[in-house]
Design a protein around this ligand. Sequence first.
Ligand SMILES: *Cc1c(COP(=O)(O)O)cnc(C)c1O
Length: 385
Amino acid sequence: MTTAAKQMTIPLTRPLVGEAEAEASRRPIMSGWLTQGPEVAAFEQEFAAYTGATYATAVSNCTTALHLALLTLGVAPGDEVITVSHSYVATANVVRYCHATPVFVDIEPATSNLDPTKIAAAITPQTRAILCVHQMGMPCDLAAILTIAQEHGVPVIEDAACASGSEILWQGKWQKIGQAHGDIACFSFHPRKVITTGDGGMITTNNPEYNAQFRLLRQHGMSVNDRVRHSANQVIFEEHAVIGYNYRMTDVQAAIGREQLKRLPTIVAARRRLGARYQQLLAAIPGLTLPHEPSWARTNWQSFWVRLPDHLDQREVMQGMLDRGVATRRGIMCAHREKPYQRDDGYDLPESERAQDRNIILPMYPQMTDEEQEYVVAMLTEVLL
Ligand SMILES: *Cc1c(COP(=O)(O)O)cnc(C)c1O
């Protein structure tokens, strides 16, 4: 390290949680109602109101949310689901949970999102759904995706795991991701995302039948939910007409989530300020490519990535940053390169592979100070020179 500046230690991310969440988690504990009770119901209503969706159903995480979304659309063995390989591996795995095949299309390098011009060629008579991702919080081109989907009569699920608080310009108005603009949207509350309940997920939709199905399947296929039975003055016997799952969210998680939702506007504002600042500060580094925010998108910058110049080795740059106290991650990994998805004839996904191999993700969290951010930029400048 050549700089005279004092070394800092900067994590990749850090959840914004504190007294409010600790206090809220006491409520379900002291009340004795610990799972899928009044806190979950309130969190669902508040999340629906926040996104503008008619319905929201809380589940154990975004992976289970996506699984229920696919099952509800009737994705079955032999079906195909069009999606991206360049995503967290859960996006592809949920398709395999249904014994269906993910059909991977390539991404646009500027946004790291699904390239809508590649969808039409991937559609076959077996296509049962399009599973698009708002990657790292950046809204994907829903207008283009929905147009193609509607032409072919294929429903759209939005993997909005990272996109709580992101917005899209829709018919002249800024709307929250999750409205849902597609048929179903799925969110994650893992600590790596912008708001967290430890683990947790939410499914939004405007379709009452889909919503009823999510509620049935998340709780063992049980015909009566706990709140109905609890408040009934008649004895009720439940039925289990379908094979369901235990994908419940606990009331402790939901109580925390309600506090996180209150913080979300502040968190998104802080992240967008830091994102704009990264764009300014990093523009001075030659050879670096920065992410592009389309005019119709407002990302929450769940992750801020940069693309390295071709002559630099990704691992060496990341090690150089780590030696200077700055944590980074490589670009989002491609599912098709992982063992369960490898195939003899390979895949033609050059932009997805380049994004994994050439991008690195820089630290960002709402508590990040300007000094910390300037340190990250200074260290990257030093490593790249
Ligand atoms: C994190 C993530 C998931 C999985 O979310 P969990 O809540 O951890 O199950 C799915 N898709 C994408 C794009 C993600 O980033």
